[in-house]
Design a protein around this ligand. Structure first.
Ligand SMILES: Cc1cc2nc3c(=O)[nH]c(=O)nc-3n(C[C@H](O)[C@H](O)[C@H](O)COP(=O)(O)OP(=O)(O)OC[C@H]3O[C@@H](n4cnc5c(N)ncnc54)[C@H](O)[C@@H]3O)c2cc1C
Length: 316
């Protein structure tokens, strides 16, 4: 079985950017991807120069010819388990049972958002319902924005929206009445309306939010909604390997995206930095350069050992 230089799990911006850098380093690389990229719900991506408002599917489509140019193949299969064999090689099994061997492993499997279970939510998500104000706040500047959160993180989001994008922010706590007195003071001083009554659902048409419906039946007219409801790793391969994980579930890496497991790298949303496409892509590039450096060092070491052995044999 051929040994790959690097196997990449996840073909979002992090995995694909790593793949293109490694491809240009003439490394043998295979990317496995299930096409469940985190922003697949989004109508258009922002904060990535030259690609303003591009639908995420189109962005990923644009990557394909570049990857092919450098000999990188993307396989649309899931990696279901991975381990390390006695020779120190990574063994990754895809969902057809096929095993793939590699010297290095990059996990770029992203996150999965916990979507509030509200009627009407999924129809509006990515169009007028969002989680990140930096990704989508501009589109709703000076409009009526709802914040939906049952946890204390909601107040931070309210203040961010109020002090950056709009004057009109309403905080829906969906039944949570336990807001700290000091937090209430901040919210009230900033003119943020708080509605603690439970939310029954979201109403709108063609992806555009019109009202937040309360349990009493009252409709509160709104143009957009931002929420905080947490997220989880999309796949637990890195954790299963014994990678150190932080308090919020992100895999801990050093500045080169290397985890505490030698040869295993994690990049993109699955690791600890900010959740942006450009950051994920940059982390992929950093991981790739460091993977290439390690491969160079290991090849030089193998040659040195070989030479020593050859010389030893000649002397004997
Ligand atoms: C609605 C929404 C809108 C957003 N808008 C923006 C925006 O405007 N600008 C911005 O910068 N960021 C935006 N983001 C954030 C952005 O989506 C992420 O930061 C980015 O996608 C992270 O890239 P990634 O490569 O780490 O992970 P992802 O893009 O999530 O890619 C991970 C890939 O790994 C694959 N995968 C997972 N497990 C396996 C496995 N076991 N085997 C094979 N494949 C696997 C998945 O199918 C997926 O394709 C948005 C996020 C959301 C949810």
């Amino acid at each position: 079985m051929a040994i790959l230089d690097c196997l990449i799990i996840g073909g979002g911006p992090a995995g694909l950017n790593a793949a293109v850098v490694l491809g240009r380093c003439r490394r043998s690389v295979l990317v496995f991807d299930t096409r469940k990229y985190r922003n697949r719900w989004s109508h258009g991506m922002h904060n990535y120069l030259t690609r303003d408002h591009i639908p995420p599917a189109e962005f990923l489509e644009l990557c394909q010819p570049e990857l092919e140019k450098y000999g990188v193949q993307v396989v649309n299969r899931m990696i279901v388990r991975a381990s390390r064999n006695e020779e120190g090689l990574f063994e990754a099994y895809d969902d057809t049972g096929e095993c793939h061997l590699s010297r290095k492993l990059l996990v770029a499997t992203g996150l999965s958002d916990n979507l509030p279970k509200l009627p009407g939510f999924e129809e509006l998500y990515g169009k007028s319902v969002h989680h990140c104000p930096y990704c989508d706040g501009w589109e709703w500047r000076d409009k009526r924005i709802a914040v939906y959160a049952k946890t204390k993180d909601g107040s931070e989001l309210c203040l961010a929206l109020k002090n950056t994008w709009t004057d009109d922010v309403t905080y829906f706590t969906d039944g949570n009445r336990r807001i700290k007195a000091s937090t209430l003071e901040y919210l009230e001083a900033s003119g943020i309306r708080i509605i603690t009554e439970p939310v029954k659902g979201l109403e709108g048409t063609d992806g555009l939010l019109q009202d937040v419906r309360l349990r009493s039946g009252e409709l509160v007219p709104m143009d957009a909604l931002f929420f905080v409801n947490g997220f989880t790793q999309q796949c637990n391969l890195a954790e299963a390997f014994g990678c150190a994980v932080g308090r919020k579930g992100a895999v801990i890496t050093n500045r080169s995206q290397q985890t505490n497991i030698t040869g295993l790298y994690v990049a993109g949303d699955a690791s600890r930095d900010m959740h942006f496409v450009v950051v994920a892509a940059a982390e992929g590039a950093k991981a790739a350069v460091n993977i290439n450096k390690e491969l160079i060092k290991e090849a030089a070491e193998r040659k040195r050992t070989q030479l020593k052995e050859d010389k030893g044999e000649m002397a004997a």
